[in-house]
Design a protein around this ligand. Structure first.
Ligand code: PLP
Length: 419
């Protein structure tokens, strides 16, 4: 959670008043502060790179806005992409193919061919994928994703490293997978795992690194294979609630890198943070359109809903909220912030003590930069909102909003139904 500047009760984001952004670009709108993206990237890169050579593969599933990708390209980031669409977006933003790693799950052969044709290194998820890629291009750089049997995360839906999940090659088959890769003509470069998302503590990352280190040792001993990198995945949590603690990056970096340096000859550590880099760089601004009191509750109805930011409805996630045009004013009542979608699960925040909320007020939903826009939908036929980049007092529109015409464009009514 960032602290925003408060001038006479008005929230400033990157030097611009929130109410001014809404006046200019409409509501709802996602707003990203460029400096925050740069400083988050530098914080995590430096914490690791001062200990051993480091590559950050920004997990762009968190946010694929092209302007954000450009900023990270300029910072020297690399990319973790999970679909051909993400690969194409990153190429468009200026990343060269060798700075992208494709980590798919249940990858179709057409998608595998498309990624291989772009010369993007592939992180293999299964024996089937390995064998199908061998028929396409065994010269492509690959790594293999292991299921480390260490899982963690803010919600059961985002725990990926547990034994029971669909991800990666099982721990007890991983040496066989590398043996088969060598036999098929590949020269594997690294090993990868990803334990889950929104992990607030260091221990699971250390446990997963221990698993990777022991596999690297087995690969050297049994296959004579020396890997260039260990990729510990992403999943570093952020403090969404005021009482949450930020991850101690030094402790995390020391725990991971010391195991790799002491236990292997691997020279590079790779991380795939998504949330850590972008979550707190972006807010969702939404306008109060209706205030309703029922016998049990006060509802502040806003023009953004689970279609705009699904995390609260989908995971029960907490996002801090404030009234951006009444910042710092004392709370007067407790509100649920609810949207225009026809589901009772459509809420952005529950039971929040806020200053008196009135129609026309602008609600700021914090920490919306990761899995906010990228998980937004057109549910209830609602167009996706605008995205704006702010930088030291300037504003740029970095995504136009959709129109209802855009939503109808791809539908077809068979002519026999028009009679
Ligand atoms: N890497 C992989 C393989 C993932 O599946 C994910 C998230 O699902 C990430 C990295 C990024 O996770 P986070 O945004 O929590 O850092």
């Amino acid at each position: 959670m960032r602290n925003f500047e408060n001038v006479d009760g008005q929230m400033l984001i990157g030097g611009v008043r929130a109410s001014e952004i809404v006046r200019k670009y409409g509501s709802p709108v996602y707003v990203t502060d460029e400096d925050a993206v740069r400083s988050n990237f530098r914080a995590i890169f430096n914490a690791f790179d001062r200990r051993m050579p480091t590559r950050i593969n920004y997990a762009c599933k968190a946010n694929t806005n092209l302007a954000i990708l450009r900023i990270l390209e300029q910072e020297g980031s690399c990319i973790d992409a999970v679909s051909i669409g993400e690969v194409e977006a990153c190429l468009r933003a200026g990343f060269s193919p060798d700075r992208i790693m494709y980590t798919g799950v249940n990858v179709s052969t057409p998608e595998l061919k498309a990624v291989a044709a772009l010369r993007v290194p592939i992180n293999i998820d299964s024996f089937s994928e390995l064998e199908r890629l061998a028929m396409i291009d065994p010269g492509l750089p690959i790594s293999i994703r292991v299921n480390p049997e260490v899982g963690a995360g803010h919600h059961e839906k985002v725990v990926t490293g547990a034994r029971s999940t669909k991800f990666g090659v099982p721990r007890d088959r991983i040496v066989a997978a590398y043996a088969e890769a060598l036999q098929l003509g590949f020269r594997p470069k690294g090993i990868h795992c990803h334990i889950g998302a929104g992990v607030q503590v260091v221990e699971p990352f250390v446990q997963a690194t221990e698993v990777l280190v022991s596999i690297v040792q087995e690969l050297e001993k049994e296959l004579g294979l020396r890997l260039e990198f260990i990729d510990i995945g992403g999943g570093i949590g952020i403090p969404y609630r005021p009482e949450d603690h930020a991850m101690d990056l030094d402790l995390l970096a020391e725990g991971i890198t010391s195991l790799i340096k002491n236990g292997t000859s691997v020279r590079r550590v790779v991380l795939e943070p998504g949330r850590y880099i972008v979550a707190d760089t972006t807010v969702l601004l939404t306008t109060v359109v209706d205030v309703k009191e029922t016998p049990d509750k006060k509802f502040a109805g806003v023009d953004a809903g689970m279609n705009t930011l699904v995390r609260p409805a989908f995971y029960g996630s907490y996002h801090h909220v404030a009234v951006a045009n009444k910042l710092g004013m004392p709370p007067e009542a407790t509100y649920d912030i609810v949207g225009p979608i026809c589901e009772s699960g459509d809420h952005l925040a529950k039971d929040r003590a806020l200053p008196r909320v009135e129609e026309g007020d602008v609600i700021c939903v914090y920490d919306a930069g990761a899995y906010g826009f990228s998980m937004a939908s057109n549910y209830n036929m609602r167009p996706l909102p605008r995205e704006v980049l702010v930088h030291k007092g300037t504003m740029n529109l970095v995504r136009e909003s959709e129109t209802i015409g855009d939503l109808l464009r791809y539908q077809r009514i068979p002519s026999r139904l028009m009679l």
